[in-house]
Design a protein around this ligand. Structure first.
Ligand code: ADP
Ligand code: MG
Length: 457
């Protein structure tokens, strides 16, 4: 079965289990772009869909894929390689992109067999900005005082902001400083699988011994152990053993320990007992510096105007910045020249739907009203009824986040409210998004509606 047939099989099964609207929203523009070394890479049109597939459908997708191809262990999602309405020239381009993705899936030689670290990630290739300087400083400090200063070190931040990079860079530097140190890098998902297998095979003790003998244990995306009680239980034992021997533990997560749902209290307090550092969205200067550095690595040399255009328009995810550079490199390969600024604008439109298909304020407000089953005018009226206050705050937050309105603009749009009221609402909902599953879910569902309408119009 080739990639296309395999993905078709997945799509037809997913279609059966989903509503038409959901299926269209999440799967319409997807494509299997690579399949090697046990990793299947699915191309998706934007970060929102990527996150949704990762969080909600990954398991189901993997199950279906594995029914057809046992060798696949993992499914990854990659932005910007989605099924586009391609003109002949574009097909050539997408083929090149496919090849590139194949190249980008870490080959076995890049990954150290013992430590599981990828040599590609170093501090030299990591740009430090105000958004990540604390995390960077903490990691560097750990390389100099293994197990003695910040233990555990807990790094958190959003998708594609450099957690894996900085964790691995730390491991790589410690390894090159002292190759006798026993180091292991492992994503929490893999650790969970290992634990489950070891329970099945009655090899839990061996597993514990293996982990207990390390000098440095790095676990990426620890939020994955949420709700997995057996994993947490066994991990807790290993954590304590390493900790009591002053062995270093470094963890990453997409959110702080306090907001990881279904995490046992004893683990939460352990995580909070060390050093916690966050990575925020990179500011413009940092994005520019990353573009320059990564551009050099990929042989993409752009003029200031083009760099500034890209750095201005792609803000939320460094992986997307890299995606654009890949796209430009592919362009260069085909046409034997760097794209002009006009061509870059075109490339970006085809590549990233989100920033260029910003929803209108009307669409956001209508989606909010529809979701809460209230009248559109309730959002702008003066009423303080509870049933309308919450939706109104949600609308304010989404106008800020999705439409990028300023606080005064939002106030004006929603019935002439003071901008301090808007700031208060946005802060409240942002906190809610971090701390309350209900609010998070509501926001996701409303965004689903918004982007679905954008897709069909
Ligand atoms: P996360 O694990 O937080 O989702 P990654 O570490 O995988 O993010 O980063 C995504 C991509 O962006 C990687 O290719 C990484 O090298 C790059 N990247 C992230 N932050 C930086 C940075 N500060 N400097 C250079 N590259 C970065
Ligand atoms: Mg990561």
């Amino acid at each position: 079965m080739n990639s296309e047939e395999l993905w078709k099989a997945v799509l037809s099964e997913m279609e059966l289990s989903l509503s038409r609207a959901s299926f269209t929203t999440w799967f319409k523009e997807t494509l299997l772009v690579a399949n090697n070394n046990g990793i299947a890479v699915v191309g998706v049109p934007n970060g929102f869909i990527k996150e949704w597939l990762e969080n909600k459908y990954n398991k189901q997708i993997l199950n279906i894929i594995r029914k057809h191809d046992q060798s696949i262990r993992e499914v990854k999602y990659s932005i910007g390689n989605a099924r586009l309405a391609v003109a002949p020239q574009r097909i050539e381009m997408s083929q090149i992109l496919r090849d590139r993705i194949q190249e980008e899936c870490p080959s076995d030689s890049e990954i150290d067999k013992i430590t599981n670290l990828n040599h590609r990630y170093t501090f030299e290739s990591f740009v430090v900005g105000v958004n990540n300087e604390l995390a960077h400083a903490a990691c560097v400090a750990v390389t100099k005082n293994l197990g003695k200063i910040y233990n555990p070190l807990f790094i958190y931040g959003g998708v594609g902001l450099g957690k894996t990079h900085i964790l691995q860079a730390t491991g790589n530097l410690i390894h090159s400083n002292d190759p006798t140190k026993r180091i292991l890098y492992i994503p929490a998902e893999k650790l969970t699988t290992q634990i489950v297998e070891s329970i099945k095979n009655r090899t839990v003790e061996e597993l514990k011994q293996r982990y207990g003998g390390l000098d440095l244990l790095i676990i990426d995306d620890i939020q994955f152990i949420a709700g997995k009680e057996r994993t947490q239980d066994i991990f807790f034992g290993t954590f304590n053993e390493l900790y009591s021997k002053n062995k270093q533990i470094i963890l990453s997560s997409d959110r702080p320990p306090s907001t990881i749902p279904a995490l046992e209290e004893r683990l939460r307090s352990r995580f909070e007992g060390g050093m916690i550092a966050d990575i925020q969205l990179p500011d413009y200067e940092t994005r520019l510096a990353i573009l320059k550095l990564k551009g050099k690595e990929k042989g993409v040399v752009l003029d200031e105007e083009s760099l500034s255009y890209i750095a201005t328009n792609i803000q939320k995810n460094i992986r997307e910045l890299e995606g654009v550079l890949n796209r430009i490199a592919a362009f260069n390969q085909i046409y034997n020249k760097m794209p002009t600024i006009k061509e870059i604008k075109q490339l970006l439109t085809a590549y990233l739907s989100t920033p260029y298909r910003k929803p209108t304020p009307q669409l956001v407000m209508k989606s909010v009203a529809d979701f809460y089953k209230i009248h559109l005018t309730d959002l702008t009226k003066r009423s303080r009824r509870k049933e309308v206050v919450h939706p109104r705050q949600i609308a304010m937050y989404l106008l800020r986040e999705e439409v990028k309105f300023s606080f005064p603009e939002i106030g004006l749009k929603l019935g002439g409210r003071d901008h301090s009221t808007v700031i208060h609402a946005c802060t409240k909902i942002r906190e809610g998004e971090e701390n309350s599953e209900t609010i998070k879910q509501e926001l996701t569902l409303i965004k689903e509606r918004i982007y679905q309408s954008l897709d069909t119009n």
